[in-house]
Ligand binder design. Structure first.
Ligand SMILES: *Cc1c(COP(=O)(O)O)cnc(C)c1O
Length: 472
């Protein structure tokens, strides 16, 4: 074996294991400042070669103080999975194998792994088996893919070929999203020429669910092509739009319904939570992440489109030098935005194999139970309020009073930032329905009930200090 390769990998392997073993002792937030990180990474452009193992040694020393603890059980910030061992190992091999996942010709094994894992995903999430699946970098890119397919199909019905003739002069597509839609939906709409400002925002209820009567009212005297984006799992509250009814309303108008199910779609894997996502199979396209609830390493997302032809027309990349696969295998490049790309099939195939359908369902259910237990523990303390119904794995916490108040916005921000710099757990902040909140997301396969109660106690302690300091 090439000594450079074996030595660099040996350093990486030892450092990775040490990092993982030490995670229980590490604070969940990065400990280094910007200036410390700059000092560690910066320097003149390297002039001459350096042995790869030396470089990796230096990389580990420079990076580790600036790493976050999401490979741990008490990390509740944003919505982040904790890379599963089978996924990490498959991902290491993906790098070692160095394949180009563009097509069957460039890597037969990956194309087949994506094909099989895509079918498994449709079965797990109970999506129509005829759907085509694109393996992307995450939900944002999956929205882009799905909404490009929607644009193709909706305009084609009016006789407009958007791939050939573009958006200028095309019939106008009416776009409706919930008021509390995820920003990535708006980004994808922007990339596709829809314009964020011309998107109709439908009012929502206290937990961020689209109000059906408001959607009906918005559509009352609207004609022409229609695109509706609904959510399975609001980013702050985990709430689900009433998708069953939204699907009927959209389809009465021959519209296209896309679902942002970045994490919430996984409720469908678990009998205790599946009712939340009723009717989702009626939609036309769906987005979910691999790097959230499925615990696949970054970066992995999936785009599912019922109309495989529209999906392919929107994304296809063809040229005489790119041979087309035979034997019914879809070349990935025709279903995702990239040509050369990581062979994304292996890590997903490995994680689904390692967890199994039952393991995934159990994990999702356990996270929902842990979220409820943690929210209950927190609200036993006077002055702590959970602002949403905890149906899934996400909740928002307010300190002092649930009502809008500058003083309690400040108190909530103070508790959040003190918890972040403490050594027990990591949470993130947000604003929800006009007030500052702490957001908690239970989504790591490593999280146990001990983690939940330790974290709740730490948050309560910080709140007591903040309250005492403010003399309230
Ligand atoms: C995380 C998230 C996204 C964006 O996903 P990325 O993988 O970060 O691109 C979109 N929608 C929801 C509801 C999310 O939670």
């Amino acid at each position: 074996m090439n000594p450079d390769l074996s030595e660099a990998l040996a350093v990486a392997y030892a450092s990775a294991l040490e990092f993982h073993t030490g995670r229980l002792q590490r604070t969940p937030a990065a400990t280094a400042s910007v200036s410390q990180l700059l000092e560690a990474f910066d320097g003149p452009l390297p002039e001459s070669p350096e042995a790869p193992d030396q470089v990796i040694h230096r990389l580990v020393r420079a990076a580790e103080p600036g790493l976050m603890g999401n490979f741990g059980g008490r990390f509740f910030g944003w919505v982040m999975g904790a890379s599963h061992p089978a996924g990490v190992a498959a991902d290491w091999l993906t790098s070692m194998w160095g394949q180009n996942g563009a097509s069957y010709a460039s890597c037969p094994a990956n194309t087949v792994a994506e094909h099989v894992a895509g079918r498994w995903l449709c079965e797990l999430l109970r999506l129509p088996p005829e759907s085509s699946v694109g393996f992307t970098s995450g939900a944002t890119m999956s929205h882009f893919v799905c909404l490009a397919a929607a644009r193709d199909a909706l305009l084609r019905k009016t006789g407009w070929d958007v791939e050939a003739d573009g958006m200028f002069g095309a019939p106008r597509i009416g776009v409706c999203v919930g008021q509390d839609t995820h920003v990535s939906v708006l980004a994808a709409l922007r990339y596709l020429g829809f314009g964020e400002g011309s998107t109709v925002r439908i009012p929502t209820d206290h937990d961020g669910r689209m109000l059906i009567d408001e959607l009906r009212a918005a559509l009352a005297d609207r004609t022409g092509p229609l695109l509706v984006v609904a959510q399975a799992g609001q980013i702050n509250t985990g709430a689900f739009d009433p998708v069953d009814a939204i699907a009927d309303i959209t389809h009465e108008r021959q519209g296209w319904l896309h679902i942002d199910g970045a994490f919430g779609l996984w409720a469908r894997t678990c009998p205790a939570k599946a009712h939340l996502a009723n009717g989702i199979e009626k939609a036309d396209s769906w987005t979910t992440d691999g790097h959230k609830w499925l615990q696949v390493p970054y970066d992995t997302g999936y785009a599912f489109v019922r109309n495989a032809e529209a999906h392919r027309r929107a994304m296809r990349i063809e040229a005489s030098y790119l041979t087309t696969s035979e034997d019914g295998m879809h070349d990935p490049r025709n279903y995702v935005p990239e040509l050369s790309r990581r062979a994304r099939g292996f890590a997903t195939w490995a994680v689904i194999s390692a967890l199994g359908k039952q393991g995934i369902a159990d994990m999702v259910e356990r996270h929902c139970e842990l979220a409820r237990a943690m929210s209950e523990r927190l609200t036993e303390e006077p002055g702590i309020y959970v602002l949403n119904e905890v149906e899934l794995n996400q909740f928002v916490v307010r300190f002092g009073s649930p009502e809008p108040s500058e003083a309690f916005d400040q108190a909530t921000k103070a508790v959040t930032s003190r918890v972040q710099t403490g050594s027990v757990c990591f949470v993130s902040g947000s604003a929800w329905k006009g007030v500052s909140v702490m957001r908690i997301s239970i989504i790591s396969w490593l999280t146990t009930s001990t983690d939940i109660f330790q974290a709740a106690d730490a948050i309560i302690d910080v709140w007591r200090c903040v309250k005492d300091a403010a003399g309230t």
